[in-house]
Design a protein around this ligand. Structure first.
Ligand code: BES
Ligand code: MN
Ligand code: ZN
Length: 491
């Protein structure tokens, strides 16, 4: 997808398709600078009432004397258009375009700008929506691969916030290029996307964006005494990897932001094995790792002036003769002992050692991202990421970034009252806390390893993946995290 920006008089720009919004009075919005004859032709067609009144409905009109194809989109009252409504409008425009033959698209954006949709936001959401909806799985199908949509988009803007529009386009592109890496990794089959594969992607990112990359193999992980992570890894013949990436572009004395991603490349549950139905979907149990890698790509593209560290513990969770068993007690890198009552609660077991490892960076903030609990999907569904934090200002910052990025997170409690559910008769803690409040007790478990820094945990079990006909990775929460970092960078 190529996007450029033009500010000339709109009638001077030639294009195969132009997208024009239609208001609640069935008129073309912001038509004053368009070709007069063209506008009256379109308004006459609109009077016939063929464009549904539903927001986001679209229709293609051919044979306008000025443009060969006009894509009309129902916007309703442009002053009341909300960011979410605008984003879904862009997605439906992009989907409608898929059935057209064309090479160039003209998207005039003034028509969408209002008090809740700044020029920057309209530009950013436009680019994001266009890239999001034209994503195609890098599939391994040998037949009917499906053709890629390749077209050139020109954003037309007429006003005095040109630099904001430009940065909106830049941010939108960077977020989606990162998000597409996340989608690609999440969609790969687990026999290809192994811990070693993730390590190779990190090495490649390191070369591309000058990150310092370090990969620990089994032996080195043992040296760090990550007994909890190693307990999970034991059940698979595929070796674990502990991956770190460092982007040190902030002031030397600035403490880093650490992002930790759960990298279980396949979660069969271990000895506490999962039912077979839909087990294939557990290939996306590395969605946290994939989103951390995606965000690092965005960070690299924008070259944000921050110190950011990515940490990814990665292994498989399989049943095996050597696999960890319910009742086993392991010693985590922190020294705390854990009674493993359910081997399917493995995410927290690999993350706790990664959180302890994070201490060596003397972090300002640590955020972990994980497809951690089915309970989070039951509680929040597929719209909101579960947000937990031991530091309220950080939770607020992440909530706001989610709203701004149209990638929302909802704050959940992390109260002391829940902690006793993790009591064990034999060790410092159990790895599960019962069915009640399952996503909260999982977060409580992690909090015991995050006492020395400001920390937030994002449970993306419901938001990182779509099931059913559109099965695949969503690329979330790359927009949220990127927005958080872009804001921190003061951009
Ligand atoms: N990876 C799963 C969580 C999950 C479930 C992600 C559904 C996406 C969709 C995690 O490792 C897991 O198995 N969690 C268990 C924890 C339980 C044993 C306490 C769960 O949620 O059932
Ligand atoms: Mn599991
Ligand atoms: Zn898991």
């Amino acid at each position: 997808m190529k996007v450029n920006i033009k500010t000339d008089s709109i009638t001077k720009i030639s294009t195969d398709v132009i997208t024009l919004g239609v208001d609640d009075k069935n008129q073309i919005i912001d038509s004053s600078k368009l070709d007069k004859k063209s506008v009256s032709y379109l308004n006459n067609i609109l009077v016939l009432g063929d464009l549904s009144e539903m927001l986001g409905s679209s229709r293609v009109v051919h044979g306008d004397h000025f443009y060969s194809k006009v894509l009309l989109i129902r916007i309703g009252n442009p002053k009341k258009l909300s960011p979410t409504q605008f984003y879904s409008a862009i997605l439906s425009i992009t989907n409608e375009l898929k059935s057209l033959q064309f090479k160039t698209l003209l998207l005039p954006i003034n028509q969408f700008i209002n008090s809740s949709l700044s020029a920057h936001a309209v530009a950013e959401y436009s680019v994001r929506g266009l890239i999001d909806a034209t994503y195609s799985v890098n599939s391994l199908k040998t037949l009917n691969k499906g053709k890629k949509n390749i077209f050139q988009t020109t954003i037309h803007y007429d006003g005095d916030e040109l630099s904001q529009v430009k940065s909106g386009i830049k941010h939108g592109e960077a977020v989606m290029v990162g998000g597409n890496l996340t989608k690609d990794l999440g969609n790969l089959p687990p026999n290809i996307c192994t811990p070693k594969y993730l390590a190779s992607v990190a090495t490649k990112l390191g070369k591309e964006y000058k990150f310092k990359v370090n990969i620990l193999d089994q032996k080195k992980i043992e040296k760090f005494k990550m007994g909890s992570f190693l307990a999970v890894a034991k059940g698979s013949r595929e070796e674990p990897r502990f991956i770190t990436m460092e982007h040190n572009k902030g002031p030397k004395n600035q403490k880093p932001i650490v992002l930790v991603g759960k990298g279980i490349t396949f979660d069969a549950g271990g000895i506490s094995i999962k039912p077979s139905a839909d087990m294939d979907e557990m290939k996306y149990d590395m969605g946290g790792a994939a989103s951390v890698m995606g965000v690092m790509k965005t960070v690299g593209i924008l070259n944000l002036p921050l110190n950011i560290i990515a940490i990814i513990p990665s292994c498989e969770n399989l049943p095996d003769g050597l696999a960890v068993k319910p009742g086993d007690i392991v010693t985590s890198m922190s020294g705390q002992t854990i009674e493993i009552l359910n081997t399917d609660a493995e995410g927290r077991l690999i993350l706790c050692d990664a959180l302890t490892y994070a201490e060596r960076y003397k972090p300002e903030t640590v955020i972990d991202v994980a497809t951690l609990t089915g309970a989070c999907v039951i509680g929040l569904g597929h719209h909101a990421t579960g947000l937990f934090s031991n530091y309220d200002p950080l939770a607020t910052e992440l909530e706001e970034a989610g709203i701004r990025a149209l990638d929302k997170a909802w704050k959940m409690p992390l109260w002391e009252e829940y902690q006793p559910q993790l009591n064990s008769n034999f060790a410092d803690m159990a790895n599960i806390g019962g069915r009640a409040g399952g996503s909260i007790t999982a977060a409580c478990f992690l909090s015991r390893f995050a006492k020395n820094f400001n920390w937030a945990h994002l449970d993306i079990a419901g938001t990182a993946w779509k099931s059913g006909k559109e099965k695949g990775s969503t690329g979330r929460p790359v927009p949220l995290l990127s927005q958080f970092l872009i804001k921190r960078a003061g951009k």
